[in-house]
Design a protein around this ligand. Structure first.
Ligand SMILES: [Zn+2]
Length: 495
């Protein structure tokens, strides 16, 4: 099938392969074709807003943002839903410990999430639904599951009856025997079978609760994403994303619930899961102190470098967080920025006057096509970002070698536009130069330099060296700094 992109963007060169994505459900790479024409409906499990997101959560956010950006670049219209889990055991525990309400705790960490999302350059979701805004949808789904004979109520709780659902294990590949041993399921005396999981939990003292046909209570965690996915995207929809740790039980249970309530084999066509993030090659563990919040990392490194690091490995592979990797990502972002600056600088020169044509024009021109084709080929192969980055580095070498010999502004403009649009897929914003701390440092540096030049000008004026004094004023003027001589000495401002 021809991607709909071609009809919209004549600049894009033909690439004779289409997007393939690895589907956890079929355990294979499949050709990507949305269920509904040009529209991609996508749901990504969002954070439980009880604490600061850790750097592993940030990986999942960045990975699925890049996937979404690539789909949009490819011409699809993407509806992107990512939720906030704002009621569950962890939220209730922490709110009680801090002596605040669960909604207050949620508000605090939703604000924190939004700050981090902004710094990681995540595109805003189409909608960020909160679980507590969709309790009715969860009750309705639970009623359907009971009506269809796959759920049962007991003392105010409702459980999914796994023994009535043959396909349980379809996503994770976990066999019923493995589950029955109870090793991977919580033991609860109210359950008919240890594999059964809660759709609704009866109210306990001090917990938030809602009215339901089974008495006051709250939804089970797995019920949230199924009900909200159905509410916003319908069933089935195209892509469901999350970390590998969500395959079992969360996503396995989502499939079971949707099968039980809506009679579908799977509520989602493509199940995508990102790999784990390790810290210095060890599993991230809060209790052992082997742990970083996204906030800590963003405060210590260039935001663009953090974002680049998070998508620098293939999304299904493990990614190791260590200082070297972050320093390397910082250098990589510098290389990209320098190449863009080189091109911008050349464009300024070429706009001032004509330069004789050289063979570098055609070399860079060809490299632009090679870059776009190569980048798309890699991204079409299950979003292979390291391959796409390698194409970019090859291109940067050509830019560094040939830009000073380019004669045609149109070639430079095309190189710039191509680089900026491809780097944007990875979530790198080239308009931002550095972290907040660095920005204020460079502002201070600029102020100090201007004031030093003004002092030198005053010295020149005192010794009646009018040429030097005028030269400093004129040069600063060209840079956009205007000087106003007052009786108290000169003042300055930037235009
Ligand atoms: Zn979820």
């Amino acid at each position: 099938m021809q991607s709909p992109f071609y009809a919209q963007n004549p600049v894009r060169t033909w690439v004779d392969d289409m997007l393939k994505v690895y589907n956890t459900l079929s355990r294979s790479k499949e050709e990507f074709e949305p269920l509904e024409g040009n529209h991609v409906r996508m749901y990504v499990c969002g954070p439980t807003v009880y604490d600061y997101p850790h750097i592993g959560n940030a990986r999942s956010f960045a990975v699925f943002d890049t996937i979404r950006r690539y789909l949009e670049y490819s011409g699809y219209r993407v509806t992107y839903i990512t939720n906030f889990t704002d009621v569950d055991d962890k939220m209730i525990d922490r709110a009680n410990r801090e002596g605040i309400s669960v909604p207050e705790l949620a508000a605090k960490f939703i604000t924190e999430y939004r700050k981090i999302a902004n710094e990681l350059n995540l595109k805003p979701a189409t909608i960020n639904p909160r679980a507590t805004e969709h309790i009715d949808d969860m009750i309705e789904m639970t009623e359907l599951i009971i009506k269809n004979g796959l759920g049962y109520a007991v003392h105010g709780d409702v459980y999914f009856d796994v023994s009535e659902y043959e396909s349980y294990g379809i996503l994770s590949g976990i066999s019923p025997d493995e589950l029955s041993s109870g090793a991977r399921v919580e033991v609860d005396s109210k359950k008919q079978d240890p594999r059964d999981f809660a759709l609704w939990k009866a109210e306990k003292p001090g917990e938030p609760s809602w009215e339901s046909p089974w008495g006051k209570g709250r939804p089970g965690w797995h019920a949230e994403c199924s009900a909200m996915g159905k509410h916003f995207l319908g069933v089935p929809f195209d892509i469901h994303g999350g970390g590998q740790d969500l395959i079992f039980p969360h996503h396995e249970n989502e499939i079971a619930q949707s099968a039980g309530a809506y009679g579908v084999e799977t509520p989602v066509k493509y199940w995508l899961h990102n790999g784990f993030l390790t810290i210095d090659k060890d599993k991230m563990s809060k209790s052992e102190g082997n742990f970083f919040t996204a906030r800590e990392v963003l405060d210590n490194f260039d935001h663009q470098a953090v974002r680049l690091f998070l998508v620098s490995g293939h999304y299904r592979q493990p990614l190791d967080y260590n200082t070297d990797a972050l320093n390397q990502a910082t250098q990589t972002v510098e290389r990209i920025r320098n190449a863009v600056d080189t091109l911008r600088g050349r464009l300024l020169i070429l706009e001032r006057g004509q330069v004789d044509s050289t063979e570098s024009d055609s070399i860079l021109s060809e490299a632009i096509d090679t870059l776009r084709e190569g980048f798309e080929r890699e991204m079409n192969d299950d979003f292979n970002t390291p391959g796409a980055l390698a194409e970019l580095f090859t291109f940067i070498k050509v830019v560094n070698t040939h830009t000073s010999k380019i004669s045609k502004p149109v070639v430079v403009r095309k190189a710039l536009a191509t680089m900026i649009s491809l780097v944007n897929i990875l979530g790198i914003d080239l308009s931002e130069t550095s972290t907040g701390a660095d920005k204020s440092e460079s502002k201070e540096l600029l102020k100090g330099t201007i004031e030093l030049l003004l002092e030198l000008r005053e010295k020149a004026r005192e010794s009646k060296d009018w040429d030097t004094a005028d030269m400093i004023r004129d040069q600063l003027g060209e840079l956009g700094v205007t000087i106003n001589d007052t009786k108290d000495g000169p003042t300055w401002k930037i235009k």
